[in-house]
Write a protein that binds this ligand. Structure first.
Ligand code: 0RA
Length: 682
C-alpha cells in the first residue's frame, strides 16, 4: 500500500501557483519560478548533466529513473523499469500517477509538454517541498533529457486514457493526443540521446545495475527492473526488490562477515519536514563502513547527517556502558574511533532543500540535519541497547576491545616511530628514487616483482620517475591492524617512500610524488595485487585517492609485428582492429616468440603478403625497457587510468567481498566477475 507521503509532491507541478517571472512581480510575496526554454541546455550541456561523456550519458537515465523513484517515495508508484533497446534507445517506465496532461495555466500547452520543454531553475517546478533534490547536478528535470535527445516519446496513462507525444531535440513534433483507453496509471519515456552531443554512446550495463540496485535499497519496497533487450547483446533481465530497504543493504554489506549484533538496528522517523532512516550492524573486523545519503544521493564527503550520527553513537554507547558498569569509573571514555570499529551503517535522510558543499558537492550542509539525526538516532539507539541486552553486550564489548587495541597500537606505532622506521630520511633500499625533489613532477611506480622492477628501472626517466618493486602479495590490509601493517616490510617501504604517513597521521602536503602509479601484470595475480593495493590506498591513504594522485598503468596486452612495423594493443578489440588495419593474412599468437620466428617474419615480408606476428605479453617482465617506456611510462604516449572514488560505496563493498574472511563467496565473485574486477575503478 502506498504510504502517506511526507509532503505532497507539490513541487512538481502546481500550475496555479507557478508564475512566470515578470517585471511586475516585484512584490516578493510569492515565490517565483522561472520558466525558461531549453536552449541553454543544448548550448552548455555540461552545466546541466556534468559532462557529455559516459557520466553525462548515464545521467540522462538517472534523471528519468529518479522521477519514477520520486513517485514511489511519495507513495504513488511501486515499480520502475529501465530497458536498453536497439539504436541507443532507453525506455523508462513507472506506474505512478502519470505526468498531468491538463492545460497549464501559464504556458497554455499541456502540463506534460510544459514539464518536458521548460527548464525550471534550481530543479524545482513551482514552489513547496517534496524530496526532490535540487542541489548539484541531480534533479535537473526530464526537460534536460528531452533537450539532449534526438528523439523522445512520452506515453502517459492517466484519467483512463493513454496519452502520447513525440519530440525531437526538445521540440514537440505534434500536439499531445490521446490514443486510446487505459485502466492503469503511469509514465513511459523512451529516448535516444543526441549523438552529436555525447562523445560516448555506449551504455555501461554494470553501472546501470549498480545504480538501480543501490536506489532500490534506498527506497523500501520498490521494484526496479533492468532489461537489456538490444538485439546484438545477450538478453539480460534483473529485478531488484528489497522489502527491508537499507536494513537489507546492511545485511548485504556484512554478508561475508561474522556479525556482532544479530538483530540489525533500524529506525525510520519523520521529524519536521524531514525523514531520517538509519540501519547499523557491527562485525568482528576493524574497518568502518558508514554510508551517508541525502535524498538517495551518496555523500562521499559526509556532512551534517554523518556528524550528528557519530556524535550520538559515541555518546549513547558511553552512557550505556557507564550505566551498566561495563565501563568503570577509572576507565577512559570510548573514543569516536572505538565506537566505529567494525561498524557498518547506512544513514539515509530525506529533506526538502538539501545544500551540498565541498569539493565534489558530496557533502551535506544543512545544519538542522545534525540535530535531527543526533536526536532521532540517539534516542532510538539507546532504546535498542536497553531492549537487546545480548546485542548491546556484544557491541560494547567490541568497542572496549577496540579501545584497548588502539592503545596497544598507539604504543606500537610510537615504538616504530622511535626506531625511525617511518622517518623519511631513511628511504627503503629497494626504492630507485628519482633525482627531482619537486613533488608536483615526480611519479612513483609501484611495480610487482623484481624482474618487472628491473625493466621499469631501466626504462624510466630517472629525473622524475621512481620505482618501488614490491615482492609477493602485500598484506591483506582489510583485516590487519595498523601496528601489524606497519610491521610488514612491503607496506612500511611504501609508507616511507610516499612520505605522508598513514591514517589519521597522514599529511598530504608531505607527499613525495604527485602521481602514484600501480603497475601490475595483466593476469590474475596482477589483478589481485592491484586490488590489494587499491584497498590499502582506499582505506589508509584516502586523501591520495580523493585528490587524484593515484593511477593505474595500462601496459599493452599484445605486440603486433608485421615486417618492421610494430604496434601495440591494449585491449582485445584493439588487437582485432590493428590486425585488420595491418591487413595481414593470418594472425598467429605466440606467447614467447623464438629467434627463428622473428627470422621467418622478416623473410616473408619481402615476398607473399606478410603474416602478422602477435606476441601476447604475460607479464611486465617480458616487455623490454625501451618498449615499456614507449608504451606505458612515457607521459607523451602512455595511457593511465586515474583512480577515482566515484562510487566509494560500491568499491567498498567489492573490496569487502574480495578481502573478507569468508573464502567461498569471494571465489564465486571472482569467477563470475573476473573481467569486471580487473576493470575496477575504485
Ligand atoms: C508532475 C506532477 C505530478 C507527477 C509528475 C509530474 C510525474 C512526473 C514523472 C516523470 C516520470 N514519471 C513521472 N511521474 C509523475 C503529480 C500528478 C498528480 O498530482 O496527480
Amino acid at each position: 500500500m502506498p504510504k502517506k507521503p511526507i509532503k505532497k509532491q507539490s513541487k512538481k507541478i502546481l500550475a496555479s501557483k507557478t508564475k512566470v517571472k515578470s517585471k511586475k512581480s516585484s512584490s516578493g510575496a510569492d515565490s517565483i519560478t522561472v520558466l525558461e526554454g531549453l536552449d541553454p541546455v543544448r548550448k552548455r550541456p555540461g552545466m546541466y548533466i556534468g559532462s557529455t561523456s559516459s557520466t553525462g550519458l548515464h545521467h540522462l537515465i538517472w534523471e528519468v529513473v529518479d522521477n519514477g523513484i520520486d513517485e514511489a517515495m511519495a507513495g504513488y508508484a511501486t515499480e520502475v523499469t529501465v530497458a536498453l533497446l536497439d539504436d541507443g534507445m532507453v525506455e523508462v517506465t513507472d506506474n505512478g500517477r502519470g505526468i498531468p496532461v491538463g492545460k497549464h495555466k501559464v504556458t497554455g500547452v499541456s502540463a506534460l509538454e510544459t514539464v518536458l520543454t521548460k527548464l525550471h531553475a534550481g530543479g524545482k517546478f513551482g514552489e513547496g517541498g517534496g524530496y526532490k533534490v535540487s542541489g548539484g547536478l541531480h534533479g535537473v528535470g526530464v526537460s534536460v533529457v528531452n533537450a539532449l535527445s534526438e528523439y523522445l516519446r512520452v506515453e502517459v496513462y492517466r484519467e483512463n486514457k493513454v496519452w502520447e507525444q513525440e519530440y525531437s531535440l526538445g521540440k514537440p513534433k505534434k500536439k499531445l493526443r490521446s490514443t486510446g483507453p487505459s485502466r492503469k496509471t503511469g509514465t513511459k519515456i523512451t529516448f535516444k540521446p543526441d549523438t552529436s552531443i555525447f562523445t560516448v554512446t555506449e551504455y555501461n550495463w554494470g553501472k546501470i545495475l549498480d545504480r538501480l540496485r543501490q536506489q532500490s535499497y534506498l527506497t523500501k519496497g520498490i521494484t526496479i527492473t533492468a532489461a537489456d533487450k538490444r538485439s546484438d547483446h545477450r538478453k539480460k533481465y534483473y529485478k531488484f526488490h528489497f522489502e527491508g530497504g537499507i536494513k537489507a543493504y546492511i545485511k548485504t554489506l556484512n554478508r561475508n562477515k561474522t556479525v556482532k549484533n544479530d538483530t540489525i538496528f533500524y529506525i525510520e522517523k519523520e521529524i519536521n519536514d524531514s525523514r531520517v532512516e538509519i540501519a547499523l550492524q557491527y562485525n568482528d573486523e576493524y574497518n568502518e563502513t558508514v554510508l551517508p545519503f541525502a535524498n538517495n544521493i551518496y555523500n562521499l564527503e559526509g556532512g551534517t547527517h554523518l556528524i550528528g550520527f557519530r556524535t550520538a553513537l559515541t555518546r549513547t554507547l558511553n552512557s550505556y556502558a557507564r550505566a551498566q558498569n561495563i565501563l568503570k569509573e577509572k576507565d577512559e571514555n570510548l573514543s569516536g574511533e572505538d565506537s566505529r570499529e567494525g561498524l557498518t551503517a547506512i544513514i539515509s535522510v530525506k529533506l526538502t532543500d538539501p545544500q551540498f558543499e565541498g569539493q565534489t558537492k558530496g557533502k551535506l550542509g544543512n545544519a538542522e540535519m545534525k540535530t535531527y539525526v543526533e536526536q532521532v538516532f540517539g534516542e532510538a539507539f539507546a532504546i535498542f541497547l536497553e531492549e537487546h541486552p545480548k546485542e548491546a553486550a556484544q557491541i560494547v564489548g567490541k568497542c572496549i576491545l577496540s579501545s584497548q587495541a588502539r592503545m596497544a597500537a598507539r604504543n606500537a606505532r610510537a615504538s616504530i616511530l622511535r626506531k625511525g622506521a617511518l622517518d623519511s630520511m631513511t628511504l627503503p633500499g629497494k626504492l630507485s628514487d628519482c633525482s627531482s625533489r619537486k613533488a608536483e613532477e615526480c611519479e612513483l611506480y609501484i611495480v610487482e616483482g623484481d624482474s618487472a622492477g628491473g625493466s621499469a628501472k631501466q626504462g624510466r626517466d630517472r629525473r622524475f620517475q621512481a620505482i618501488l618493486p614490491l615482492r609477493g602479495k602485500i598484506l591483506n590490509v582489510e583485516r590487519a591492524r595498523l601496528d601489524k601493517m606497519l610491521a610488514n616490510t612491503e607496506i612500511k617501504n611504501l609508507v616511507i617512500a610516499l612520505g605522508t604517513n598513514i591514517d589519521d597521521q597522514l599529511d598530504i602536503s608531505k607527499l613525495r610524488y604527485h602521481r602514484v602509479v600501480i603497475m601490475t601484470d595483466a593476469d590474475v595475480d596482477g589483478s589481485h595485487i592491484r586490488t590489494l593495493l587499491l584497498t590499502l590506498f582506499f582505506r589508509h591513504f584516502t586523501p591520495l585517492v580523493t585528490n587524484g594522485h593515484l593511477f593505474i598503468a595500462q601496459p599493452p596486452l599484445y605486440q603486433l609485428k608485421k615486417g618492421t612495423t610494430i604496434k601495440y594493443a591494449y585491449t582485445e578489440e584493439e588487437k582485432e582492429i590493428i590486425i585488420k588495419e595491418m591487413g595481414g593474412i593470418k594472425a598467429e599468437v605466440s606467447e614467447n616468440p623464438t629467434e627463428e620466428d622473428a627470422e621467418t617474419d622478416t623473410k616473408t615480408t619481402t615476398k607473399k603478403p606478410a603474416r602478422i606476428n602477435i606476441q601476447r605479453y604475460k607479464g611486465l617482465g617480458e616487455i623490454n625497457p625501451d618498449q615499456l617506456w614507449d608504451t606505458t611510462m612515457n607521459p607523451e604516449t602512455r595511457m593511465m587510468k586515474q583512480v577515482t572514488v566515484e562510487d566509494a560505496a560500491l568499491a567498498d563493498s567489492i573490496f569487502d567481498m574480495l578481502m573478507g574472511s569468508d573464502v567461498a563467496p569471494r571465489k564465486k565473485f571472482i569467477q563470475t566477475h573476473a573481467k569486471k574486477v580487473q576493470n575496477l575503478d575504485v
